[in-house]
Design a binder for this molecule. Structure first.
Ligand code: HEM
Length: 447
């Protein structure tokens, strides 16, 4: 029998459950799960969303066996509303653009991007450091560093400037409200910062890497106007930096809270780097692809940080009326409705992850698979989404974390000046990763 997905009671006219979700996203979703089970319908603003909590159902949505769900239908609206792209330009090029990114950012094609990241990171950090302790605020320090190095690698040196970083920060600090549907008139400064980023893209004639070259060629072939190309650039540029900065923060924070784990990771890295026979612009051993591949302890550490600090509505739009088969029965989903996997709840299921709220850095090292309701969960990591639309930047961002960790461990003394673990800031819930609520002081100096 085909059932209807239960509707969560209590939504208000126009805004639906926006207030409940906004006030306490994790608590609200937990309460809905406790009352309605694995599948329920909420309304955020005018959008009704069929929420999936069960990891097997989320994978069923990604697998999309009936060709019923589309991510691009949902992303095109974001591209227009948040980044100012025309829908026509998006529709004509999105598939080719994503294919180009998947090709260039594939795990084994990243050598040049990694090297540019490492060179820029080293140039910035060595220039600004000395043998004397320097006081920093951890989030701002890492945010600027990763922004500059990541942007230089993926876009061009133009975007590694401080002016460009300031615009990114203003936009990034506010974009989540716009993504959540808040009227743009309240976020004029953020939109002005986005427009300046767009203009910078339009004025940059320098094409820094093979991916950009191929992307621009594709836009040109399709006759896409400069404004829409820049809007697309800005969206990718933001997607590339925003989540990476947040996760790098938590990775570094946990690493420097635990000297014994740090020792293990340092040992692993020293051994792996013995196989690097290439040197960066500052003469340091390069984290080549085979070296990066050997950093299994670091991988597990990163995966645990992603599990703890990501919160996404992985959204698809139903392109036809569908009978969607879940673990709890078959549900009717109407054409045009959103279906969204919300993996933050199952990421803390004790049936899957023993002692789920503990940061257990070797969880993914010791366990190669995870099980729920007797069956293997098909993906080890939910933070990057899944299926055809899984994040194309997932390998590069993992390398970014490793390059930052390796640089700090090898060449710097680095100390946290506060011992508490900051609370997470839940205002970005559902859109990616969760930054900290409060600031943490730290200091560093050259070894
Ligand atoms: C920690 C870092 C990152 C996280 C947590 C993250 C997360 C995500 C998630 C959850 C999605 C949606 C996937 C889905 O709907 O199934 C996504 C898509 C995407 N990400 Fe990332 N991402 C990260 C880094 C990056 C980087 C470095 C880049 C660029 C180089 C990037 C570019 C993209 C693009 C272009 C898409 C759209 C893919 C599509 O529509 O098919 N991301 N990312």
């Amino acid at each position: 029998m085909i059932k209807h997905i239960p509707v969560v009671s209590g939504g208000l006219p126009l805004i639906g459950h926006m207030l409940d979700f906004g006030k306490d996203p994790d608590g609200f979703m937990q309460r809905c799960y406790a009352q309605y089970g694995d599948t329920f319908k909420i309304r955020l603003g005018k959008e009704a969303m069929n929420i999936l909590i069960n990891p097997h159902d989320i994978h069923e949505m990604y697998a999309n066996k009936q060709r019923a769900f589309s991510a691009t239908k949902s992303n095109r609206l974001i591209s227009q509303h948040v980044f100012g792209s025309s829908l026509d330009a998006y529709d004509r090029t999105v598939h080719a653009q994503i294919d180009i990114m998947r090709k260039h950012l594939a795990k084994n094609n990243l050598h040049d991007y990694n090297l540019k990241m490492q060179n820029t990171l080293e140039a910035v950090i060595f220039q600004e450091s000395s043998a004397h302790w320097q006081d920093i605020e951890l989030y701002s320090f890492l945010s600027r560093l990763i922004y500059k190095a990541g942007s230089a690698a993926l876009v061009s040196d133009t975007f590694a400037s401080d002016d460009s970083y300031r615009d990114f920060k203003v936009f990034d600090d506010n974009v989540f409200y716009i993504l959540g549907g808040a009227p743009k008139v309240f976020f004029r400064k953020a939109i002005a910062a986005r427009n300046r980023i767009n203009q910078r893209f339009q004025q940059t004639s320098q094409v820094s890497n093979a991916m950009q070259l191929e992307r621009y060629h594709c836009f040109e072939e399709n006759g896409i106007r400069a404004y829409d190309v820049a809007a697309n650039d800005t969206s990718i540029f933001w997607a590339a930096n925003s989540n990476t900065i947040v996760v790098a923060y938590w990775v570094i924070l946990h690493l420097y809270r635990d000297p014994s784990v740090r020792g293990l990771l340092q040992e692993e890295m020293n051994t792996a780097l013995q196989d690097s026979h290439e040197y960066s612009a500052t003469g340091k051993p390069v984290l080549t692809l085979p070296v990066l591949e050997k950093l299994k302890k670091m991988d597990s550490f990163i995966d645990e940080a992603l599990r703890h600090y990501s919160s996404i509505f992985s959204r698809r739009i139903a392109v036809k009326d569908t009978a969607f088969e879940t673990r709890n029965g078959i549900y009717h989903i109407e054409e045009g409705e959103y279906v969204a996997g919300f993996s933050r709840i199952c990421s803390f299921f004790p049936e899957i992850y023993e002692d789920p709220y503990t940061f257990q850095w070797d969880r993914y090292l010791n366990q190669k698979s995870f099980y729920y309701q007797g069956d293997k969960i098909k993906s080890m990591q939910f933070a990057f989404g899944g299926g055809q639309n899984i994040c194309p930047g997932r390998w590069f961002s993992r390398n970014e974390f490793k390059i930052v960790i390796a640089t700090l461990l090898q060449f710097f003394d680095f100390q946290l000046m506060e011992s508490h673990l900051p609370e997470v800031n839940l205002t970005r819930s559902g859109t990616g990763t969760l930054p900290p609520k409060d600031k943490i002081k730290a200091r560093y100096k050259l070894k």
